[in-house]
Design a protein around this ligand. Structure first.
Ligand code: CA
Length: 237
């Protein structure tokens, strides 16, 4: 599978180092050094296997690029690089939809490990992945996308067809926050406003089955003012 990586970073030394390392991992690398060009490249020159995005960029910052990419329909894996260690910025990066982040300075070994984990997950989730290979372990959940089977702690869970569709849709777009209207449209194929409670009730039933403590969900989390997103995928081994 060709791995096309977009690297948006204004520090030439870091760009040079990461480019070498990405090539060692078998990636083709496109580099961009400012946010405005990065935004156009991210949105219009894909699809990208991975976008490595510096937070502090000239013209348009990394968070804005991340938001705009996540507003698109297709899922693009994003690894954020940040020089700002403050916790709120880390949280903001993940809430905006980055799959993972690294705080500078970081080692190339750590960078390589994060890149490999993100790429491996994205390739497993791809519809073109080999049959019987699209099985994921997320924390104590085992999800088989081909057999439509879910286990928790080794025990099979009894999900309805729609509950599975909803879970699979969230897993296929990890870190992306969906509104109830978007889930209705994309999972149920309807857009009628009055059915939004249908989404809530399915989320509640799904949480009751997959979460150890449905009151404190680890996998399907509520995004305040937006809706829901899948939060557990980074634990994939
Ligand atoms: Ca920078």
């Amino acid at each position: 599978m060709p791995r096309e990586v977009l690297l948006v970073e204004d520090d030439a030394d870091i760009t040079g180092l990461l480019t070498l390392h990405l090539r060692d991992l078998g990636c083709t690398v496109t580099t961009v050094e400012d946010g405005a060009t990065g935004l156009v490249a991210a949105l219009e020159q894909g699809p990208w296997s991975l976008v490595v995005l510096d937070l502090g960029l000239p013209q348009v910052d990394g968070l804005e690029i991340c938001r705009r990419l996540r507003a698109q329909g297709a899922y693009t894996p994003i690894l954020m690089l940040t020089a700002r260690a403050a916790e709120e910025h880390r949280v903001l990066g993940l809430e905006t939809g980055a799959d993972d982040y690294l705080t500078k300075p970081f080692s190339v070994v750590e960078f390589g490990a994060r890149v490999k984990a993100i790429l491996r997950r994205a390739e497993r989730l791809s519809p073109s992945a080999p049959p019987n290979h699209r099985s994921l372990r997320i924390g104590e959940l085992q999800v088989d996308l081909d057999q439509r089977a879910v286990r928790r702690g080794g025990l099979p869970l009894d999900l309805t067809a729609k509950e599975f569709d909803l879970l699979a849709h969230l897993i296929r777009h990890p870190a992306k926050a969906f509104s109830r209207a978007q889930l209705l449209d994309q999972v149920w194929g309807t857009t009628h406003d009055t059915f939004e409670h249908t989404v809530n009730s399915h989320i509640n039933r799904l949480r009751a089955k997959i979460e150890r403590d449905p009151a404190k969900p680890r996998y399907i989390v509520t995004v305040w003012g937006v809706g829901y997103r899948f939060a557990g995928a980074l634990e994939l081994k």
